[in-house]
Design a protein around this ligand. Structure first.
Ligand code: HEM
Length: 417
């Protein structure tokens, strides 16, 4: 084994401010400047090794080398995955819980979410017709909340949908913020947890019903490695781990609408029913547009990679956005070019918007298939309906995490077709 050598190090006491200001580009800018796929810096006064690229993604995701515990600011953890969720588990306990999520992603269930979305989308378009302008990103939250509850078999009363939708949207919107808006989002999160926990308890008491194989029933009755059902609070957290990210797909759908607006030749093709490139289009949206910037880990054991020795507990940040924009993997990475995914065989380490590696054995997102199914159906709906895109600020700031077009994509004069 070659001996370890010093990796580039960013001088200075702390770079948290630079990370907040530079956002999605923080890691790759420095990798470019140091001409290295890893470098050492200090964030929140803590040393951290930042990495990017396909080999780095393999190293961080495979082999159960890193835990997610203690690897993200607690504020992010509480709004997103939360304590006791699959993401905070390691080893056999993680694989067992992960299998529960993957059991939901059957060949029937994946396309079903697209069908459900189509129904709720058409209802919304009918309401929008003849009305004023619609802020797409915000309007999608309720459409996707309805879709998520139906898909998960969660019997949420219709009157509660708008509140639940606001709660779920706030979790994603504020994951990167601090201060008052964060505290409001945390309060909404707690309300959503109580709401879903109550439903789990009523399902368990047979006061409510959920379809066999649905996420609601599967999670409510899941037995952990110790043979016991999950505490109701943890079951609620895991159900939210399905509902919240389904609503989050609204950001990708908004980016897809932006791509259709900027590249109308694709709209024409899809509107004519030519769907040969629908999946490449959706993959290119997931690759190009910014969503999950980076993922943190803490070494579970002594490790060596890229000539660097990691001690147990060492902190790493893997650049997901930078890997999706790595010019060695994606020529002309900032150009929207769905053609690059024609005939793509898949590669678990190069396209990593939702994590890397083998989904069953790593922390890679179990929701990629349904994300793609939702996006494809949304593109179909966007190409079928008619709308105008009034003048607005469509710029995307890469220092705002999670990112979105500044205007959140406003459409007007909506008609079914
Ligand atoms: C908006 C699209 C989505 C994005 C950008 C996204 C992103 C991610 C990322 C980056 C991870 C990896 C976290 C890590 O390595 O620790 C992850 C994990 C996860 N995602 Fe998603 N996701 C999306 C949609 C979904 C959907 C639709 C579901 C619904 C099932 C879902 C459920 C999960 C769960 C449960 C985990 C934790 C997996 C584990 O720790 O093993 N996500 N997601």
């Amino acid at each position: 084994m070659p001996t370890a050598h010093a990796i580039p190090e960013e001088p200075g006491l702390d770079h948290s401010l630079a990370l907040l200001q530079e956002g999605y580009t923080y890691i790759s800018r420095r990798c470019d400047r140091f001409n290295s796929d890893l470098f050492l810096t200090r964030i929140m006064l803590t040393p951290v090794v930042c990495l990017r690229g396909a080999e780095a993604a393999r190293f961080v995701y495979e082999g159960e080398r890193f835990t997610r515990r203690g690897a993200m600011p607690r504020s992010v953890l509480l709004l997103l995955q939360d304590v006791g969720s699959v993401q905070t588990l390691d080893g056999a306990a993680h694989r067992h819980r992960k299998a529960m999520f993957l059991s939901l992603m059957t060949p029937d269930a994946i396309p079903r979410i697209g069908t459900l979305l189509a129904g709720h989308w058409r209802d919304a378009v009918r309401r929008w017709e003849g009305g004023g302008e619609v802020v797409l990103l915000d309007a999608l939250a309720e459409i996707l909340t309805r879709t998520a509850c139906d898909w998960a078999g969660l019997p949420v009363p219709d009157a509660d949908i708008p509140a639940l939708s606001a709660e779920l949207a706030a979790m994603v919107e504020n994951a990167g913020s601090l201060g008052p808006s964060y505290l409001v989002a945390l309060r909404l999160r707690r309300r959503a947890e109580r709401r879903v926990r109550h439903l789990v308890e009523r399902l368990r008491a047979a006061e409510l019903e959920a379809p066999p194989g649905s996420a609601a029933l599967t999670i409510a009755t899941h037995r952990d490695t110790d043979g016991a059902t999950l505490p109701a609070g943890i079951a609620a957290v895991e159900l939210l781990n399905i509902l919240r990210p389904i609503v989050a797909v609204g950001r990708y759908i908004t980016f897809a609408a932006l791509a259709l607006h900027r590249h109308p030749e694709w709209r024409e093709r899809f509107a004519q029913g030519d769907e040969a490139d629908l999946e490449p289009f959706v993959q290119e949206v997931r690759r190009l547009y910014p969503f999950f910037p980076m993922i943190g880990g803490r070494a579970r054991q002594a490790l060596r990679w890229g000539g660097h020795d990691f001690a147990p507990g060492d902190w790493v940040l893997l650049d997901l956005h930078g890997t999706n924009h790595d010019p060695r993997l994606w020529p002309e990475p900032d150009r929207f070019r769905p053609e690059r995914f024609r005939g793509w065989q898949g590669n678990p380490y190069t396209l990593v918007p939702q994590g890397a590696g083998d989904v069953a054995a790593t922390h890679r997102c179990p929701g990629e298939w349904i994300t793609i199914a939702l996006m494809k159906e949304a593109v179909r709906q966007l190409c079928r309906m008619r709308y105008t895109v009034p003048p607005q600020d469509l710029s995307i700031s890469l220092s705002q995490m999670p990112a979105a077009p500044a205007s959140r994509f406003v459409i007007g004069a909506v008609r079914p077709n």
